[in-house]
Write a protein that binds this ligand. Structure first.
Ligand code: HEC
Length: 127
C-alpha cells in the first residue's frame, strides 16, 4: 500500500509541476511591451521604402501619369506620385494596404514582410 500512495503522490506532484510549466508560456502570450526606440532606429524613409513601395504596388493605377482608361477604375484624384501625395492619403493607405485585411492592391501582391515594413514606415510618420 505504501508504494501505491507514494506512486500517487509522485503522479500528483508531476501533475502539479506540469501545471506550473503550462502556466509559463501563458505569461508569454502578453504582447511584448512597445519599444519606444523603434522609430528612432527605423531605417525606413520615403526614398528607400515609401517611393519604391508605391511604384511597385500602387502607381500602376494611382498615378497622375496613368490616363483614366488605364487606371482600372482607380479614382482620378487618388494618386501617390509624391511624398506629399502619400502623406495626404496616409490614413487611407494605412487602412487599405497596411491593415489586418488589406484590400489594396485589389489583387493583392505585397508579401507580408513588405506590408509589415509599410506599417512601420507609416507608424513612424512616413518620413
Ligand atoms: C489594379 C489597380 C490598383 C492598384 C495597383 C492599386 N489600387 Fe487602390 N484603388 C483601385 C480602385 C479600382 C479603387 C477604387 C475602388 C476602391 O476603393 O476599392 C482604388 C482606391 C484606392 C484608395 C481610395 C479609396 C479609399 O479607401 O480611401 C486608396 C487610398 C487606395 N486605392 C490605395 C492603394 C494603395 C496604397 C495601393 C498600393 C499598395 C493601391 N491602392 C494599388 C485600384 C488600384
Amino acid at each position: 500500500m505504501r508504494s501505491w500512495s507514494s506512486a500517487l503522490l509522485a503522479i500528483a506532484l508531476a501533475t502539479l509541476a506540469a501545471c506550473g510549466t503550462d502556466r509559463a508560456p501563458m505569461d508569454g502570450d502578453d504582447p511584448p511591451p512597445p519599444d519606444p526606440d523603434a522609430c528612432e532606429t527605423s531605417y525606413l524613409s520615403y526614398s528607400n521604402f515609401g517611393e519604391p513601395f508605391a511604384l511597385d504596388w500602387c502607381r500602376g493605377c494611382h498615378s497622375s501619369s496613368v490616363p483614366q482608361g488605364m487606371r482600372q477604375k482607380a479614382p482620378m484624384g487618388v494618386n501617390f506620385d509624391t511624398k506629399d501625395d502619400v502623406i495626404r492619403w496616409k490614413e487611407r493607405i494605412a487602412i487599405r494596404a497596411a491593415g489586418p485585411m488589406p484590400t489594396m492592391p485589389p489583387a493583392g501582391g505585397p508579401p507580408d514582410a513588405e506590408r509589415a515594413l509599410l506599417v512601420e514606415w507609416l507608424d513612424c510618420g512616413a518620413r
